[in-house]
Design a protein around this ligand. Structure first.
Ligand code: CTP
Ligand code: CA
Length: 225
């Protein structure tokens, strides 16, 4: 061959990745959601597959072309995503949480469509489980990579999440306003681990995913050295 075969540093690595938003039902026809497109997660799932990993993608509702991954599990709510991940987390080597999981869900979704009778409507919400924190707290946890989408104090909040959730790595980005992130084709990331940090400047999400995947490989290999 004219070219060397592509390097597959993650060959044999079992990788679980969450992506997309979740939907929390209010009644049979309505939900609480968020602006995640799932684009960054899907691009990262493909980049990690290209590096040889066996990727199981747990995806919330997105409108994206099917990514090239080993397996895809579609879910709707945070509780569904939690169930799908916890069933598989003990048997994976690497866990990457890119999903924009709803922090709260309606406590008591209505069985029938809510009618507009009253002038005011109060929703009661309860907290969803933190999937990433739960995986990182397992007895022998996989190498865990989280994301942090912040509108402000990006690095400070991301460092706090890295510590509090006991993650191996976190990728932080600024969202909202004119920045990249949600609903955009481009993004920039600050990637932080216990003893290092790297800035990945604003670029196309496919390219950004490749660079982040490369960083994950480096940290993962050092972790197992
Ligand atoms: N995450 C998760 N399960 C949740 C909430 C978040 O797995 N119920 C993961 C996300 O996929 C992401 C990371 O945790 O990798 C951080 O999510 P983020 O919303 O930024 O942080 P939270 O811990 O939810 O804190 P807050 O929203 O208050 O900033
Ligand atoms: Ca959150």
């Amino acid at each position: 061959a004219l070219f060397p075969p592509p390097a597959r540093p993650l060959a044999g690595v079992r990788l679980l990745l969450t992506a997309g938003p979740t939907r929390e039902p209010l009644d049979p026809v309505r939900f609480l959601g968020n602006r995640s497109s799932g684009r960054m997660g899907f691009a990262l799932a493909e980049a990690l597959t290209e590096l040889g990993a066996h990727v199981v993608l747990v995806a919330g509702p997105v409108t994206l072309p099917a990514p090239r991954v080993a397996e895809r599990v579609d879910v709707e709510t945070a509780l569904d995503m939690h169930g799908a991940v916890m069933e598989r987390a003990a048997d994976c080597d690497l866990f990457v949480a890119t999903a924009a999981v709803a922090d709260y869900r309606p406590m008591d979704p209505a069985e029938n469509k809510i009618k507009k009778n009253a002038d005011e409507l109060t929703l009661r919400l309860v907290r969803n489980p933190d999937i990433l924190a739960e995986v990182a707290a397992l007895d022998s946890p996989p190498f865990t990579v989280g994301f942090a989408a912040e509108t402000d104090h990006v690095e400070e909040y991301a460092r706090d999440k890295l510590k509090r959730k006991k993650l191996d790595m976190i990728a932080a980005n600024q969202v909202g306003g004119t920045h990249g992130g949600f609903e955009r084709a481009e993004n920039a990331l600050t990637v932080i681990w216990r003893d290092g940090q790297r800035e990945l400047p604003m670029m196309d999400k496919t390219q950004l995913a490749r660079e982040l995947a490369q960083l994950i490989v480096e940290r993962y290999q050092e972790h197992h050295a």
